[in-house]
Design a protein around this ligand. Structure first.
Ligand code: SF4
Length: 496
């Protein structure tokens, strides 16, 4: 969209370890590339496919790039990252890459906000928190490295920034019980961030959409959620900047607006933003909406945009369990909002639920089907329920809870499938995330936080990042089964 300097140095490969369409719908990935281009860096994009190992910009081979970074957002992306490293001829571990004179590799992105130790044996460095305030130091040190070629000096230079975790330096310090002081980077003034897409492509999962950022951080405290504790305090972009970005779509053919924020209804000037989008006669999209925050104008904006589906996350089928999750809205309120949605012109609702929640019984699980039936009979909306197993993540209030054992999770899912069976022709369908996928997510999210690898002292280091202490857990060391990496996981229930 904007003209940024072409060419540049040093050559720097930026991987998004998922489909091109997913990467192109990541505002964080695009923002960091934009910042680096402004600094004159020769950044080029890489994806696992279809041009595997070749850059989108010039078709250059990844091995021509002395510096590689990746933005890793979700747990399964780690597997994709390791698998492309293997197929592109790159050693996955920082030690092996250093010994073989292979490129320096660094990580940023949502997963490193939650648990940077996932990458303790993979990355030369991990950027902690918002990338924008760190990128200048990173580029300066990497430019120095390009002239002196001494990787140890590069590591030392990177470690001078308090928001960069450098495993080759900090792992030893942690193992020797030396304090390591790291602090997550927080961009206090969001108006200094790019805040909008760099590229608009029909191949993005959102289609031809300009992504516009409204807010980072969330003031709520849903107990399963990592965002309030890991993504920093709530910061909003000024409405003037947002309106400027939204108004720019008038000059772009056939482009819609996607609002990027943990919860659209929390943005104080949302009405003004929606009015502005309406004046451009362009479509708008939101991520999932919080039931107690949905306003009629939001549903109207969706319908006027030709979108007839609303997505909400009740999480549980009854008020008691939902309240324990930290969501203080009732079944009745959900139904009222769905009735309003129907009146506004919405035709379909996607509902997200979890099973295996702390304090949940089999009867609680059955209430998911009951709630869906009630909504369906009172609104005649077409309903699609997505159900996954609750995964306790680091940095969430429920980080010390158990993940449901395989037997328990399968039984609950089986029960739900039975209750939903035969309802699909009545406009009610269910989509299940299999328990084994949730278990994989769980194992990856806790990678590096075990007691034996790294040892107890290693865990203490995360306190300087999170101001939290992880209690002892019942731990079991297991093979990740990939590339010979060993990882430590907290295994509970009957998972083996
Ligand atoms: S689930 Fe949504 S509303 Fe709840 S804390 Fe997380 S981001 Fe905020």
């Amino acid at each position: 969209m904007d003209r940024l300097p072409a060419g540049g140095s040093p050559l720097w490969a930026m991987i998004y370890p998922a489909d091109y369409g997913v990467g192109m719908s990541s505002l964080g990935y695009q923002s960091i590339i934009s910042e680096m281009r402004k600094l004159g860096v020769g950044v080029e994009r890489f994806f696992p496919g279809p041009l595997s190992g070749m850059s989108v910009e010039t078709g250059r081979n990844i091995l021509d790039f002395p510096l590689i970074s990746a933005s890793v957002a979700y747990e399964p992306d780690l597997l994709s990252l390791l698998s492309v490293f293997m197929s592109w001829g790159l050693a996955p571990g920082w030690k092996e890459r250093s010994q073989a004179g292979q490129p320096v590799f660094g990580v940023g992105g949502a997963l490193s906000y939650i648990n940077p130790f996932i990458f303790y044996d993979i990355a030369d460095y991990v950027v902690l928190g918002d990338g924008e305030p760190v990128v200048e130091h990173l580029v300066r040190e990497c430019r120095r490295y390009m002239s002196h070629g001494d990787r140890k000096r590069l590591w030392e230079g990177l470690a001078e920034h308090g928001s960069i975790y450098v495993p080759p330096i900090h792992n030893c310090q942690i193992l020797n019980e030396k304090p390591v002081h790291r602090k997550k980077s927080v961009l206090a003034d969001l108006d200094l961030a790019r805040g909008k897409s760099l590229w608009i492509t029909p191949e993005s999962v959102f289609g031809r959409t300009i992504l516009v950022e409204l807010q980072r951080g969330c003031p709520r405290a849903c107990r399963y959620c990592t965002i309030p504790a890991s993504f920093g305090p709530v910061r909003t972009r000024s409405v003037e900047r947002v309106l400027e970005d939204v108004a720019a779509v008038k000059d772009l053919e056939d482009v819609q607006v996607g609002l990027v924020t943990p919860e659209a209804g929390d943005y104080p000037e949302l009405s003004k933003v929606l009015r502005c989008i309406r004046s451009t006669k362009r479509a708008v999209s939101f991520a999932s909406l919080r039931v107690d925050n949905i306003k009629e104008e939001m549903m109207q904006a969706l319908v006027e945009s030709g979108r007839y589906t609303i997505t909400v996350a009740p999480e549980a089928g009854n008020d008691r369990l939902r309240g324990i999750c930290g969501k203080k809205f009732s079944n009745e309120e959900i139904i009222e909002k769905m009735v309003l949605a129907k009146k506004t012109g919405i035709r379909q609702a996607k509902l997200y639920f979890m099973v295996g929640l702390p304090g949940e019984t089999l009867q609680d699980v059955e209430t998911i089907a009951g709630l869906c039936n009630d909504i369906r009979s009172r609104t005649a909306l077409k309903l699609s329920a997505s159900v996954g197993v609750f995964v306790p993540k680091p940095m969430s209030p429920w980080e010390n809870e158990n993940i449901a054992g395989h037997e328990e999770a399968s039984e609950k899912i089986r029960k739900l499938k039975e209750l939903f069976l035969g309802n699909s022709n009545r406009g009610l369908s269910i989509r299940i995330q299999e328990p084994k996928e949730s278990m994989l997510e769980y194992r990856i999210s806790w990678r590096g936080l075990g007691t034996d690898l790294p040892p107890a002292s290693y865990r203490k280091a995360i306190c300087t990042i999170k101001n939290k202490i992880y209690p002892e857990k019942d731990l079991l060391r297991e093979q990740l089964g990939l590339l010979g990496f060993k990882a430590t996981y907290c295994l509970r229930g009957d998972w083996q």
